[in-house]
Design a protein around this ligand. Structure first.
Ligand code: PLP
Length: 483
C-alpha cells in the first residue's frame, strides 16, 4: 500500500503506512490518501459479518498497513478494542460489541437507530480512533527507538481523547494546552485529574484561539520542533481516519441481515474526519445508500453539499454553539473528499485549495464535478440550538433515550433524508453528560452519568497555569523533556 498527497508532490515516491503515521500534512501541504482504495470482496464481506470488533478492525486495517507484520497488528487491535476500554455502555449486555447499535423505531418506513461510538474512556467518538493511535504510536516508536512529544490545543473533546490514549505510553509525552477556566467543570476534571507523569496539562491564560496560536508558533520554530521531537495528533492524521472506517462496517452488519441490503448513515460533522471514513468505506465496496452530513449553525459543509460553493468562514463568523465540537470555520479533512470528487486530479486540488487560502473558497457549481456528489451518495442538512433542544426532548419522550447535542444535530438532519425500507444509522458521537447544560434545558433533569465518572469533579487535579506566551510554553516543554 502506497500513500500519495492530494496535491501531487512526490509522485513516484513510496510512503508506507508507518512512514506517514507520525507525520501530519504531506510536504506540499496536501493530505495523504492511499494510491488506490483496497476493495472488499463479497466473500470477505460475508466472512466479516460474524467477526468481533477487534478482528474486524484487524481485517480492515491490514489492507491499509501492509508494512506492519500481521501478528503485531492483530495483537494491537485486540489490545485496543476491548470491553474494558469501551466499558461506559448504557446497557451492560452490549459491552462486548464495542459500538452497539441502538434501535429507536421506524419512521417514514425507515428503521432509525443510533450507533454508539462514545462508550470509550472520554465518552466521545474520538476515542474510537485515538485509542488505536496511542497503541500504534507506542509500537512504531519502539520499533525505531524513537520518542515523541505531542503538543496540542484543545477546547475539550480532542485533548482529553488524546490524553487518555497516550497516558502511560512508553516514549510519548503529551503537552496539552487548554484555555484556563474556560472549559466545563466536567471536561476540566476529565483532563486535569490525570496523574500520569507523561501527561502535562497546560492551562493558558487566554481563550482557545490563543492556545491554537501558541501551537502554531511553536510548530513554526522548526529548530525547536526537531530538537524536541514535537508532533501532533490532529484530525488530519491518516490513521485516525482509517480507524473510523471500521465502525461503518460494524454498523452495517448490525443493521442488516444480508449483504445485498443497503443502509444510510448520518454523521454529525465538523472537520469532516468521521464522514470521510464513511466515504472510504463506501469506496471499498460497503453498500451505503446515503452519507448524510449534519452540521450545526456552522454550516460550511451543508452549504457546499447543497450548492457546490465552499466558503470558509473567518473566526469572527464562527458561532459558539451548544454542539461545540462541530464549531469549525473550515473542514480540515475535506480536501481528501475533494480529491476523489475531482477524479483524483492533484493539479486541480492544488489550485482549489490555493483559492481557499487566497480567496476564501471555491465554487464547483458550474463544473460537472459537482454532479458526482450525488453519485457518491452525499446529502446534507443543518440544525440550530432550538432544533437540538426539540430533538433531545422528542427522542427522550418517544424512545426513552437521552442523546447529546451533537447526536441531536444528527437525528434532526437524518429525519430529513429517510427513505422507506432503508435503515438510517445516526452516529452517536458523545454521551449527554459532556454537554449537560443543554440536557437540563431540554429535559429539566440531570444528564445520565456513567458509574465510572461519579465524583470526577472532586478528584485532585494536576495542571500548570502559563501566560499566553509561546516562549513560556517552549521553556516548559524543554524543561520536561530534558532535551
Ligand atoms: C469531533 C466531534 C465531531 C465532529 O467530527 P469530525 O470528524 O470533526 O467531523 C462531532 N461530534 C463530537 C462529539 C465530536 O467530538
Amino acid at each position: 500500500m502506497n500513500y500519495i498527497s492530494t496535491r501531487g508532490a512526490g509522485i513516484g515516491e513510496r510512503h508506507t503506512f508507518s512512514d506517514i503515521l507520525l507525520g501530519g500534512l504531506a510536504k506540499d501541504g496536501g493530505l495523504y490518501l492511499p494510491a488506490e482504495y483496497p476493495q472488499v470482496s463479497a466473500d470477505e464481506l460475508a466472512r466479516w459479518r460474524a467477526l468481533p470488533y477487534a478482528d474486524l478492525a484487524f481485517e480492515i486495517l491490514r489492507k491499509f498497513s501492509d508494512d506492519i507484520p500481521v501478528e503485531d497488528l492483530r495483537e494491537l487491535t485486540r489490545r485496543t478494542y476491548t470491553a474494558q476500554v469501551y466499558c461506559n455502555v448504557r446497557d451492560e449486555e452490549n459491552a462486548a460489541q464495542i459500538t452497539p447499535l441502538k434501535t429507536l423505531g421506524v419512521e417514514d418506513g425507515a428503521p432509525l437507530s443510533l450507533l454508539e461510538l462514545s462508550n470509550g474512556p472520554t465518552l466521545a467518538f474520538k476515542d474510537m480512533a485515538m485509542q488505536l493511535l496511542g497503541n500504534l504510536f507506542e509500537y512504531t516508536l519502539a520499533r525505531h527507538g524513537e520518542t515523541l512529544n505531542i503538543l496540542g490545543a484543545t477546547s475539550g473533546d480532542t485533548g482529553s481523547a488524546a490524553e487518555y490514549a497516550m497516558r502511560g505510553k512508553k516514549g510519548i509525552r503529551v503537552f496539552m494546552l487548554s484555555p484556563h477556566k474556560k472549559m466545563s467543570a466536567f471536561q476540566t476534571a476529565q483532563m486535569y485529574s490525570l496523574q500520569d507523569p507523561n501527561i502535562f496539562n497546560v492551562a493558558i491564560d487566554g481563550v482557545f484561539d490563543d492556545c491554537q496560536d501558541i501551537v502554531k508558533a511553536v510548530s513554526n520554530d522548526h529548530a525547536f520542533k526537531a530538537q524536541q521531537k514535537i508532533g501532533t495528533v490532529n484530525s488530519i492524521n491518516w490513521a485516525r481516519v482509517v480507524a473510523q472506517v471500521v465502525y461503518y462496517f460494524k454498523g452495517y452488519f448490525a443493521a442488516t441481515k444480508r449483504n445485498d441490503e443497503r443502509v444510510s448513515f448520518t454523521v454529525p460533522s465538523g472537520n469532516f474526519g468521521n464522514v470521510c471514513a464513511g466515504h472510504i468505506a463506501r469506496m471499498m465496496g460497503l453498500p451505503i445508500e446515503k452519507l448524510v452530513v449534519a452540521t450545526n449553525e456552522n454550516d460550511v459543509l451543508d452549504e457546499f453539499f447543497r450548492t457546490g460553493i465552499y466558503r470558509v468562514r473567518r473566526s469572527s463568523e464562527t458561532y459558539h454553539t451548544s454542539s461545540p465540537s462541530m464549531d469549525i470555520s473550515k473542514a480540515s479533512n475535506f480536501e481528501r473528499f475533494v480529491f476523489d470528487l475531482l477524479g483524483r486530479d492533484p493539479k486541480r486540488v492544488l489550485q482549489l485549495f490555493r483559492d481557499v487560502e487566497e480567496k476564501g473558497g471555491f465554487d464547483l457549481q458550474a463544473s460537472g464535478d459537482f454532479a458526482r456528489v450525488q453519485a457518491f451518495g452525499f446529502v446534507s442538512g443543518r440544525s440550530s440550538h432550538d432544533d437540538r433542544v426539540e430533538t433531545i426532548r422528542d427522542v427522550f419522550q418517544r424512545y426513552d433515550t437521552m442523546i447529546d447535542t451533537h447526536t441531536a444535530d444528527g437525528v434532526k438532519v437524518a429525519r430529513e433524508h429517510l427513505q422507506a425500507g432503508i435503515p438510517m444509522i445516526v452516529l452517536e458521537t458523545a454521551q449527554p453528560i459532556k454537554f449537560g447544560e443543554t440536557i437540563r434545558e431540554a429535559l429539566e433533569r440531570e444528564p445520565e452519568r456513567p458509574a465510572a465518572f461519579s465524583g470526577l469533579e472532586d478528584l485532585p487535579q494536576r495542571f500548570e497555569v502559563l501566560p499566553n506566551d509561546a516562549q513560556r510554553v517552549k521553556d516548559f516543554v524543554a524543561a520536561h523533556t530534558g532535551a
